[in-house]
Design a protein around this ligand. Sequence first.
Ligand SMILES: O=P(O)(O)OC[C@H]1O[C@@H](O)[C@H](O)[C@@H](O)[C@@H]1O
Length: 227
Amino acid sequence: MNWKAFIFDMDGTLLDNMAFHIEIWREFLHSLGVKLDEKEFLQRAVGRTNADILRDFVNPDLSDEEIRALGKQKEALYRSRFRPLMREVPGLTRLLARAKQKGIRIALATSAGVENARFVLEGLDIESYFDVLVTGDQVTQGKPHPEIFLKAAERLSIHPSEGLVFEDSPLGLEAAHRAGMASIALSTTYPPEHLMTLPGVLAVVPDYDTLFLRDGHLGEFFHSFSG
Ligand SMILES: O=P(O)(O)OC[C@H]1O[C@@H](O)[C@H](O)[C@@H](O)[C@@H]1O
């Protein structure tokens, strides 16, 4: 447990907003004449980039330019509605501040675009804690491919095994595992029983406050953060 860096997913991990994203997707896809099945979306879309989601649910032949334009519309709608509701997952700032004090480096690895990343980091006032930002528009293969986590490790100048990932989605947890990283799963979007048996998952917690209360080795590691 000699982690040198913490790598955070964003949606569903820094803030509990995936249900809101899905609601906006439903409304947006409806305007394009596509009916969204929430169960299907949870099974195969959460954690993926907008390009992957739009090609899967709208049309596999969409051009990069069409993807950019559609993604821009969907995310503008999301940001305009979500702004007043933004709240961190309990204990996040405490964990970030303690990690920083202990010299642990911090990265964001989100499938969302850079505008959404700035919107969240500024909205939660946590931008200064992050040493590295990797967003969905900087990768060629989205989660569950490990590229985003490997890129984060490279920019943090760590070996992948020295990074601990915080994630809420099974696809993101798979990406972390394929990158050679252990993870903590947040049960904000999926029930704990969907997450606890996934490879590489050390613990499933509803929020960060709970991490400080755990027993065992992991508990000892995080207790040292709770002073
Ligand atoms: O990788 P993250 O931070 O969980 O982000 C994934 C989400 O990114 C958002 O931008 C998409 O609109 C969501 O539908 C997607 O699930």
